[in-house]
Design a binder for this molecule. Structure first.
Ligand SMILES: [Ca+2]
Ligand SMILES: [Cu+2]
Length: 337
């Protein structure tokens, strides 16, 4: 049984570039050499109160129906899943919130410990992209470059800090980093089922969090890619990279950016087929397979385009290894009620 997502163009894994993080023993965790206050932004005073909404849970239809293509990602079958009530943050954890966490704990992210993270090529200077393209590109997805020094507070590597991006989602955060934040904030990552139920915003089996049309009335409702992937993003939706976490209209539950902007980590291990088995474990407050290699990510990102992955639909899924970090991966928190 495979545990890997269909293809990893959306968020590359550490193992897709050598020296991979899993092969190189991480050094002694150093104190963050660049503390939050030097990231150019002021930490948010109340990091864990993100404007959460309480959701009643109950039964909903999870997954997407067959569309004539092989279901490599395991979006189907459509199944009824039941959830307990929970509270979920209306938006992804911001840079300002992550800065407060780092300031309070001196936490060192995995990207900092390993010394690099994945950045989309066009977000680098021409010189840096050229310098790195021969040695540091992901073979299957050469628009991703492993960039030395890229980390949560320097999303494009040394150079530009977070000024002006206080309310953008924290990125270059691995699953392990997200777990550490959640623990500190008295929260947890959503299960995949909780994430999808919340992202659907009360609509049954709609394609997107707001309905079935990508651009209703010609209006952009999420931050994805427009133009020709991966060469030219017109930015017609207003953004060619991350956008503030409360951009665009929220869904029916008041949640922002469930589709697009950044991929969001969930608690579950990834499997394309574990949930096909119909039993209590997969239908009643499911928590995913007991083991795996990749953690599920949901929602798609500013890089997603219909010509390539089409993974900004609300049932779409991908995954990455828990130590992987990329410029388009973030997370939001949930709490039990
Ligand atoms: Ca965009
Ligand atoms: Cu994608």
């Amino acid at each position: 049984m495979t545990h890997e997502p269909g293809d990893a163009c959306c968020t590359p894994s550490t193992t897709s570039w050598a020296p991979s993080r899993s092969d190189s023993a991480p050094g002694e965790a150093e104190r963050s050499s660049r503390r939050a206050e030097t990231a150019g932004i002021r930490p948010e005073p109340a990091p864990s109160s993100n404007g959460a909404v309480e959701l009643p849970g109950g039964a909903f239809l999870m997954g997407a129906p067959p569309n004539g293509q092989p279901d490599q990602d395991g979006e189907g079958p459509v199944r009824e899943v039941t959830l307990k009530p929970f509270a979920i943050d209306v938006h992804a954890v911001t840079n300002a919130q992550f800065a407060a966490f780092v300031e309070a704990t001196d936490y060192v992210t995995e990207a900092e410990r390993f010394g690099w993270s994945f950045v989309f090529r066009q977000h680098l200077s021409r010189q840096m992209a050229r310098r790195l393209e021969k040695t540091n590109a992901v073979v299957q997805a050469p628009w991703w470059l492993a960039v030395p020094g890229a980390r949560w507070d320097l999303p494009e590597g040394p150079g530009r800090d977070l000024r002006g991006r206080e309310q953008h989602p924290a990125v270059h955060v691995s699953w392990n980093d997200a777990q550490a934040y959640c623990e500190w904030a008295g929260a947890r990552l959503p299960t995949e089922a909780e994430w999808e139920y919340a992202a659907r915003g009360g609509l049954e089996q709609a394609v997107y969090p707001w309905g079935d049309e990508l651009e209703p009335g010609g209006e952009h409702r999420c931050n994805i890619w427009q133009g020709t992937f991966p060469d030219h993003d017109t930015g017609a939706d207003g953004f060619t990279g991350t956008s503030p976490v409360d951009s665009f209209e929220p869904n029916g539950y008041g949640l922002y950016n469930c589709s697009g902007n950044v991929w969001e980590w969930t608690a579950d291990w990834f499997s394309p087929d574990y949930h096909r088995q119909e039993d209590a474990a997969t239908r009643d407050n499911p928590t995913g397979p007991p083991t795996g290699t990749h953690r599920v990510q949901r929602g798609g990102s500013f890089l997603c385009h219909v010509s390539y992955c089409n993974r900004y639909r609300v049932a779409a899924r991908t995954g990455n290894t828990p130590d992987s970090s990329t410029a388009n991966s973030g997370f939001r928190c949930v709490r039990d009620l």
